[in-house]
Design a protein around this ligand. Sequence first.
Ligand code: HEM
Length: 502
Amino acid sequence: MQFHPFTLIIQALLSLFLISYITKWLYKKTYGNKKNLPPSPPKLPILGNLHQLGLLPHRNLQSLAKKYGPIMLLHFGNKPTLIVSSADSAREIMKTHDVIFSDRLESSVGKRLLYNCKDVSIAPYGEYWRQLKSICVLQLLSNKRVQSFHYIREEETALLMKRIKREYPTGSIDLSEMLTQFTNDVVCRSAFGKKYSAVENGKKFILLLKELLELLGTISIGDFVPMLSWINRVNGFDARVDKVAREFDEFFEGVIRERMENPKKLHGDNFLDILLHIYQNNSTGVTIDRDSIKAIILDVFAAGTDTTSTLLEWEMTELLRNPTIMKKLQHQVREVVKDKNGIITENDLEKMPYLKAVIKETLRLHAPIPLLPRVARKYVKVMGYDISAGTLVMTNVWAIGRDPASWHEPEKFDPDRFFDSRVDYQGLDFELIPFGAGRRGCPGISFATATNGFLLANLVREFDWALPDDVEDLDMSERPGVAIHRAVPLVAVAKQKKMWNS
Ligand code: HEM
């Protein structure tokens, strides 16, 4: 006897629906409704609330939170998912119960692309993750190491300035593209000691990276509704993931082989060499294998490139939309360096509080990663609600940055608000947590802010910026992904500032 595949799918769906209904009924009959669960919007069978996420989940979840409150329970397929949308509830997750909420969601795509979770960002909480995190914090991304990379930021910034000067006589320039290449090159040189954008093999690497970020940013339906995981096989998604994983591995193996065969090249001042040193010498008491090295390097690219270029893109967007703020920033930056022929050093950034305020205000309105995923490792009570083990928690950092309970006129871009406040983005003030907080907080803050602050100061010092004549106001739509970029590239007109002391 033969069954049509469609009949099988319908039968499977019906059986699952029936089983889930009976289980729920039995549970209610046995235990009653004793649990105190957070408010929930109605959900569909099987899909739960997945259909309500849309392409930009942070926005749709903010709208739902306005109706159901700052802590609400949704279901992504069969996965209970807590959505947290206020500073107070985020503090509960990332400070009060940080250890309990320090697991990540095990995603099938992440597992296949990141060497079975051997990286830092999706490794489950435990001894292995602790060791990798300490390598990141103490060896790869410490303040000292970030400072030692200052020459990379300076050289790449100078190259970008030259490129803009070369291109601006032609009219408008595509800033989005330039900012992406700049951050890729800075991260690439820090990771490998050289950049790949200029060589043929490297172009392939950049394309692979683009593909990796796109795949990591896709919600894989099979993770939430296992019976629908066949969709990814049929539509070619799984094949794409396997291809990217394979090609990255070949690329990394080539680079590692080249270094191991020529120990003179292992000079130690880049992430790969530092990791290979730990791998070969076991000098830090930490044991890592080859896959861990490749996974950590991938993490640095996945977590560090797109996030940093997105931030720069939104900063320039807001400055172009707000010419008065742009002028105020230019005035401060130019004043600080007017006696130095306009040359900025990284120490000068300390004397530019308005620059820091512009960066904070952009991070408040445009957190590059708007939703932070954590998973509860065991049962816990949060703000009086019962949260069961395995619950996925999404902290909506984007909504928290626009919460009127924390911010006066939240939709307004107003860097001055930070002069009356001590709120910072280091993970201690929960109304502004673009880098997360607690144990799983971002280890790349210094790297990102050093790269970002130095380039932004140079961009506004060196050039006067304007929108192209035919653009009255900028399109502010967002593009879905791991980091939320502008939907359309940022195009602007640059004119060089001639006199530093005017
Ligand atoms: C503007 C730039 C950046 C932003 C906004 C950002 C934001 C974040 C956020 C929100 C998290 C999750 C935190 C949490 O769950 O509490 C994170 C984790 C992480 N970030 Fe960043 N990041 C940036 C740049 C970087 C850079 C430059 C690197 C490395 C070079 C980096 C490496 C990582 C890693 C490895 C993790 C995982 C940490 C863990 O799970 O323990 N990030 N980042």
